[in-house]
Design a protein around this ligand. Sequence first.
Ligand code: GDP
Ligand code: IMO
Ligand code: MG
Length: 445
Amino acid sequence: MTQRTNTGFQPHTAVVGLQWGDEGKGKIVDVLTAEHDVIVRYNGGANAGHTVEVAGERYALHLIPSGILNPGKRNVIGNGVVVDPEKLLEEIDRLRSRGVTVEGNLQVSDRAHVVMPYHKEQDAALEEFLAGVANNDKGSLAIGTTRRGIGPAYADKINRSTAIRMGDLLDASYLTDRLRVICRLRTAELKALGVHAPPLDADALAVRYAALGERLRPHITDTVYALHDAIADGKSLLFEGANACLLDIDHGTYPFVTSSNCSTLGIPPGTGVPGNHIGRILGIMKAYSSRVGAGPFPTELLNETGNLIRERGREYGTTTGRPRRTGWLDLVAVKYSAMVCGATGIACTLFDVLAGFDRLKICTKYRLADGSVTDRFLPDARTLAAVTPIYTTFDGWTEELRSVTDRKELPVNAEKYLAFVEEFLGIPIEMVGVGPDRRQTLVGV
Ligand code: GDP
Ligand code: IMO
Ligand code: MG
């Protein structure tokens, strides 16, 4: 009998955001694609916006893994992703029109759940409803979602009987039967949320989505076996997290989170690949903090410094264009995420943005409402909203970092900032981002 063991060196890598998203995961995945064969998305959907810049060309990827710009690599959308077929086809067409090959190098799980138009309507209607209802003077309960239908699509996945999977799009008669039931329910639900549109037309929707399915048919497959076959063939996998650990449905700042397990804990259920295959987990940490949408953010800077960080870092949403909230680096939060994700290394991104500040601050502890001090993160949104950050202050540097090619060339104060982060987290910084282009990445540091 052949015995399989997973105890040796595992060549597979995960990239995961350690803050509230937009840490520069897309760029790091693009860089790491060179040393991997298969790039795999395991969670989220078109709420993600991953930017890759190559030779002055900027690509925004939402559903397709950020490895797609590298010829000869396989890109997989795993079963844990919720796929909006219209958005996926738009993305494929956009990439092809720019000369990027998207053919057999893109596989989509037949078990990935479909984001339907009514999911997007439900998402928007619920947000509008919540925004319009006062919550005892505590502001609204709206989450500030991307309105891409993510929450409602995952809710249907859990409900089971109201869900559609990518494989279902390939069977028009099955799809029609299901949609006839779902649309009756959805029409009533949308009406209750104040959407007074004509009833959903199940048959028309079935025709439209079966046609989208036909266009995607060459890509739809059993990705669980595809990934395990690749592993058996000695290929190396790169898992690309979307959203980020602090937006994780279980481990993030609930309820101001997204609806999937964005931490590395989402990889096994979202791909069918067990965690013991992953030897390297690179946590992506922006050199400061940002957040888009509602929810607690202890180190937020609602002042000129925050505005300056926003402008220098071009902190406007890749998916929605919304200005991102900005603040100092919160290492209490990052250390928690690194623990939950099992980070073995850190990529510190957007480090160039911090040049030119007299003083920089890093949060290393929280003071609670009762005056006590803690170095532990408090993911519950209400508890976190009540903490005051305690900072360590650093002298800044004036030199721009964008043309630096080696960590040893960094200004002394910039190096002190990085060394402090490494010491505090107890995890090495393996990469430093000094600009948006894939070449502006210091590696092996
Ligand atoms: P993701 O969602 O984690 O992939 O990040 P986004 O693409 O949403 O946002 C990161 C932004 O920062 C994008 O505009 C990137 O082009 C840009 N970026 C990534 N790394 C760096 C870096 O090291 N320096 C600078 N200045 N920009 C970067
Ligand atoms: P990437 O992969 C930043 C946030 C939304 C909102 C909350 C819930 O680009 O880092 P949703 O539409 O998912 O129901 O919204 O989560 N959010 C993100 N913020 N980057 C992302 O992805 C995000 N994905 C979701 O702004 O606050
Ligand atoms: Mg993003």
